[in-house]
Write a protein that binds this ligand. Structure first.
Ligand code: NAP
Length: 284
């Protein structure tokens, strides 16, 4: 089974469009997502543009904020503070990664938890991990939505997450644990990765290395989720080897058209939730 993220993301966006119209009437203005891009990394610029386009498709306002690569932590914090205080801005996205001189964690944590629609704050992560209400990190939350849409059984399954970044691997592991998976997290210091992956009922590639995870490491019938995206001379590939994948897996996400569209749909969905004030923590 192909876990078609593109098609599900389109369905989610269609539903959101109607909701945004109703919310805009109630608010007497169009709610907005502010996207902050620091520097001129072309991939990051593309991701931010795609997020802005998705806002427009559902009727949200997109406010792109472009800051020079020389921006300091203090300057970025001051910008985030202003966005926190602007009522019609219901979501704030700080595109990762930021230039090295900026303390990314401090800046993520400066985002008000009620506007943290990309799920990057330490507070949001803590609440989510505890099973409390909070916006989830967009990529892993999108993956959970996709798995649930296709009714992939999670309870009691052994999930192996390869990667432990703050925005992807760690929240992915916490979300799968909350769904009663037995979770193993692997990283660059993990020994005997193929052996661990062979035990997985569900494997999540969140590494950032093209086709690091080989199909021969996978157990027959595994569910393979690939968050990676890499342009190569032979076309787009993910973190999991493409060749042979369809014959060994019971279900898998295609690259492209799997996890990527679900990340954007989740970001937009959480912005709409924020606009409709469904999330009450911290609101005055
Ligand atoms: P990251 O911050 O670079 O983290 C990569 C993780 O992989 C780290 O935890 C690292 O371990 C681990 N790792 C590196 N080499 C390894 C190896 N040989 N064996 C096992 N683990 C290894 O990357 P990220 O931001 O999480 O992103 C991961 C991938 O997801 C990238 O391809 C990125 O483009 C993609 N991504 C996609 C979306 C989307 O919307 N589709 C969104 C976000 C990210 P250490 O912690 O030990 O260094």
């Amino acid at each position: 089974m192909i876990l078609d993220g593109k098609s599900l993301a389109t369905q989610i966006e269609l539903k959101l469009k109607g909701q945004v119209q109703a919310i805009s009437q109630k608010l007497n203005g169009t709610p907005a997502l502010a996207t902050i891009l620091v520097g001129d990394d072309p991939s990051s610029a593309t991701y931010v543009r795609m997020k802005g386009n998705a806002c427009k498709r559902v009727g949200l306002e997109s406010i792109p904020i472009l800051l020079p690569a020389s921006t300091t932590t203090e300057q970025l914090l001051s910008k985030i503070k202003k966005l926190n205080e602007t009522p019609l801005i219901r979501g704030i996205l700080l595109q990762h990664p930021v230039p090295k001189q900026i303390n990314e964690r401090i800046c993520f944590d400066a985002i008000s938890v009620v506007k943290d629609v990309d799920g990057v704050t330490s507070l949001g992560f803590g609440l989510m991990s505890m099973g409390e209400q909070a916006y989830g990190s967009a990529t892993p939350k999108g993956i959970i939505t996709l798995l649930e849409h296709y009714k992939i059984p999670l309870e009691g399954k052994h999930a192996v997450v390869v990667g432990r970044s703050a925005i992807l691997g760690k929240p992915m592991a916490a979300m799968l644990l909350n769904k009663n998976c037995t979770v193993t997290i692997c990283h660059s210091k993990t020994q005997n990765l193929p052996h661990i992956i062979k035990q997985a009922d569900i494997v999540v590639g969140a590494v950032g290395i093209p086709e690091l995870i080989k199909t021969e490491w996978l157990k027959n019938g595994v569910v393979a989720i690939d968050a990676g995206y890499h342009n190569t001379p032979n076309g787009a590939v993910g973190d999991i080897q493409k060749e042979g994948l369809s014959s060994i897996c019971s279900a898998y996400t295609p690259v492209p058209g799997g996890v990527g569209p679900m990340t954007i749909a989740t970001l937009i969905q959480q912005t709409v939730e924020s606009a409709s004030c469904q999330f009450e923590i911290g609101r005055t």
